[in-house]
Design a protein around this ligand. Structure first.
Ligand code: ZN
Ligand code: FE
Length: 255
């Protein structure tokens, strides 16, 4: 059983503390800072066993070396970015299983934002750490990979069960919501979600984590096969999902 704490860090990042209660094992996911992590660990009475990295960007890894040193934790991260992330002890790739005490994550490679980006899927705990691959109502910018690659990554995440809770890497949801409405304006579930997001953000409340089932119904980056979205984009049945995804991502980049 996992207890998951969301820590807002830097300007709009989310990192996480994940505590497996049966064995008392604790991990920090994507720590860019040290002090808030140490503070929460001591408030909870947890000691840090693992640091889990999703990709090499500084806003996700800058706290790793110091935290590892301070807590004596073991660092796990993407095999393909082993050389770019300081202190990796255990490298993980597609299909690997990572054991956090009595809980197991299946590793899903989600390249596109970076070439080695990985996501951690704790199937039994219904938790997905998607970092900068899949956001609430959005997805990461395609910096290193191709649009096709990013779409394939999201298509893998879209296969996971609807009741999966998506712990993503940034509070970008309000901007994502406003953009989503421009490409999927007649989606009633999206309209309702956007109202909720506007309300939460106005109250200073987080919109992360989110449910994967709701992402499938409302996140345009998971919906390139939707006929309504295709109509808005002027794309027909002959376009591939990757083509439609690329058009949506391109519009968001220019928005
Ligand atoms: Zn990133
Ligand atoms: Fe990031």
């Amino acid at each position: 059983m996992l207890t998951i704490e969301r820590l807002p860090v830097l300007s709009d990042n989310y990192m996480y503390l994940v505590h497996e209660s049966e064995t008392g094992t604790t991990a920090a996911v994507d720590p860019p800072v040290v002090a808030p992590v140490v503070e929460r660990l001591s408030a909870q009475g947890w000691s840090l066993d693992w640091i889990l990295a999703t990709h090499h960007h500084p806003d996700h890894v800058d706290g790793i070396a110091e935290l590892k040193e301070k807590c004596g934790a073991t660092v796990a991260g993407p095999r393909a970015e082993r050389d770019k992330i300081p202190g990796i002890d255990v490298d993980l790739a597609q299909g690997d299983r990572f054991e956090l005490g009595a809980s197991t994550a299946q590793m899903i490679e989600t390249p596109g934002h970076t070439l080695g980006h990985i996501s951690y899927w704790f199937e039994d705990d219904k938790a997905l750490f998607s970092a900068d691959a899949l956001f609430a109502l959005g997805c990461g910018r395609v910096f290193e990979g191709t649009m096709e690659q990013m779409w394939e990554s999201l298509a893998k995440l879209r296969e996971l069960p609807d009741d999966t809770v998506v712990y993503s890497g940034h509070e970008y949801t309000l901007g994502n919501a406003r953009f989503a409405l421009t490409v999927d304006p007649d989606n009633q579930a999206l309209k309702e979600r956007c109202e909720e997001v506007e309300r939460l953000r106005a109250a200073g409340e987080p919109t992360v984590p989110s449910m994967l089932g709701l992402e499938k119904a409302t996140n345009p980056f998971l919906r390139p096969d939707d006929s309504g979205i295709r109509a808005v984009l002027g794309m027909g049945d002959d376009a591939s999902n990757a083509d439609v995804f690329a058009e949506i991502r391109g519009r968001k980049d220019r928005a």
